[in-house]
Design a protein. Structure first.
Length: 256
C-alpha cells in the first residue's frame, strides 16, 4: 500500500507541475525511490497516442471492437495485426500455468511484480514487436531503442530493462493521465488484466501474457487474428475462465 501511495503522489505531482523539459522529468523519475507503474484506461485513443509518442509508425493505431457481430467487425480497418484484451481473469492459477518459452515467437517478456500495473503497455509491446515485418519504428525513438536494447535478452531481462527505463516511465505516466475514467486510487480497484494475441510464422494464434510461463498457443492454422481471438474469448467465457466484464482492442491499419 505504501508503494502505491508513493506512486499516486508522483502521478499527481507530475500532472500538476510543469517540468522545463523531458530531461527534468526523467531526472525526477530517476531520483524517485519507488516508482509504481500506474494502470492505463482501456481506451483506443489513449493507447494510440501512447504508441505514437513511443515511436510506432502512425500508419498503425489501436481500434475498438464494439461487438462480435460481423456487421460491427466490418468497421475495423484492415489489416488487423494483433488484438489486445482487457479482462477480469477468474481462474488465475490455472491461467498462469499455461504457456511455454519454447513457443515460436519473435518477442516475449515477463511481467514482474514491479510492472504489475504495466500490463497494458506490455500487451502493446507484444502485439507490436511481434509484427515488425509490417510495422516500422521511428529511428531514435523510445520504442526503437527499447527493442534494440532488449531483442537479445531473456524475457526476465526484458522486464528488468523496462523497470529501469525512465524515458518509458515518462510516457507511461503521461498516458495514465489521459482518458475519462481517471486513475485507480487503490490496488483493489485494478481487477482487470491486459493480454495480447498475434499470429506467429507457423500460423499459430498465440496469447501473450507476461504472468504466464510463456507464450500460449491458442489455435493452429489461424488466418484471422481478430476472429480467432474472439473465438478464444467466447471459449473462456463459456468455461468460466473470465468474467463478462471485458473490452477488446485491435492493432490495425489507420488507413480508411
Amino acid at each position: 500500500m505504501f508503494s502505491l501511495l508513493v506512486s499516486l503522489h508522483y502521478y499527481h505531482f507530475i500532472k500538476h507541475h510543469n517540468f522545463a523539459s523531458i530531461q527534468s522529468l526523467n531526472l525526477f523519475l530517476t531520483m524517485a525511490t519507488t516508482f509504481e507503474w500506474p494502470p492505463l484506461e482501456s481506451n483506443p485513443e489513449v493507447f494510440t497516442k501512447y504508441l505514437h509518442d513511443l515511436g510506432m509508425s502512425n500508419k498503425w493505431g489501436i481500434g475498438e471492437v464494439y461487438g462480435f457481430d460481423e456487421d460491427l467487425l466490418a468497421f475495423i480497418p484492415a489489416p488487423v495485426l494483433g488484438v489486445i484484451l482487457n479482462v477480469e481473469i477468474l481462474k488465475r492459477a490455472e491461467d498462469k500455468a499455461r504457456g511455454s518459452e519454447d513457443t515460436n515467437v519473435e518477442y516475449y517478456m515477463k511481467q514482474s511484480g514491479t510492472l504489475d500495473n504495466a500490463c497494458g503497455i506490455i500487451a502493446c509491446l507484444h502485439a507490436t514487436l511481434n509484427n515488425l515485418d509490417a510495422i516500422d519504428l521511428n529511428a531514435d525513438s523510445i520504442l526503437h531503442s527499447f527493442h534494440s536494447n532488449t531483442k537479445d535478452l531473456s524475457p526476465e531481462e526484458r522486464a528488468a530493462f523496462l523497470e529501469n527505463d525512465n524515458a518509458f516511465k515518462t510516457q507511461h505516466v503521461a498516458a495514465a493521465g489521459e482518458g475519462q475514467s481517471g486513475m485507480s486510487e487503490t490496488q483493489d480497484d485494478v481487477k482487470h488484466h491486459f493480454i495480447a494475441y498475434t499470429i506467429n510464422s507457423q500460423k499459430q494464434l498465440v496469447e501473450y501474457d507476461g504472468t504466464k510461463k510463456g507464450p500460449y498457443v491458442v489455435a493452429e492454422n489461424c488466418e484471422d487474428v481478430l476472429r480467432g481471438s474472439i473465438a478464444e474469448v467466447q471459449r473462456k467465457l463459456a468455461e468460466g475462465e473470465i468474467s463478462e466484464s471485458l473490452s477488446m482492442m485491435t492493432l490495425n491499419s489507420t488507413s480508411s
